[in-house]
Design a protein around this ligand. Sequence first.
Ligand SMILES: *Cc1c(COP(=O)(O)O)cnc(C)c1O
Length: 214
Amino acid sequence: MIAENLSKILATIPRNVTLVAVSKTKPNSAILEAYKVGQRVFGENKVQDMAEKASALPKDIQWHMIGHLQTNKVKFIAPFVSLIHGVDSLKLLTEINKRAVQNKRIIDCLLQVYIAKEEAKFGLDHLEVKDLLGLSKAFSNIRIIGLMGMATNTKDETQVSEEFSNLKSLTDKLQVENKLLQTISMGMSGDYLLAIKEGSSMVRVGSAIFGDRN
Ligand SMILES: *Cc1c(COP(=O)(O)O)cnc(C)c1O
């Protein structure tokens, strides 16, 4: 089923859109099924799960941290993480940079922007994004390569499209001064096609590939 789901999704998304297969809560066997189809980018939201899976699975997998990352856990993923999606504070950036230096790596990050109308616990407003982008220039071992957002969990497609469109406009605006900002991570199982229509370059799809999480 996983191979079939994945192939169907890959056939519907443009080549320039990166598919992050969100494998959180799923076993290594499920990840390997997707790997065999050619999938190499996987997303996890828990540090310990990601570290365990990374050590057990093929080394050419690119691991994306998509969940909220606590400062005291950065050290566990710094040696191998490929992209951190949800950066939303200077404190976290500071720690990621410190651990990147220790590991002699450059770590790519996305800033998480608050785009939903509903109450959300995480994410920056537009002004905070601008501020943090400015401050991030002081960090030698971090590259902020784009923005990430989550739309409101609603069936109202007009609203969801509007929220995605806001993130795209913000990225375009900031790109004028910051050419590195090329990635827009938006869209999940329920709304990735809408997100792509609004300019997403990276979709994070879990249940549509691996089935429902228990
Ligand atoms: C779980 C999760 C996803 C994937 O959700 P699905 O609806 O299963 O596709 C995407 N992004 C984040 C941040 C998540 O935590």
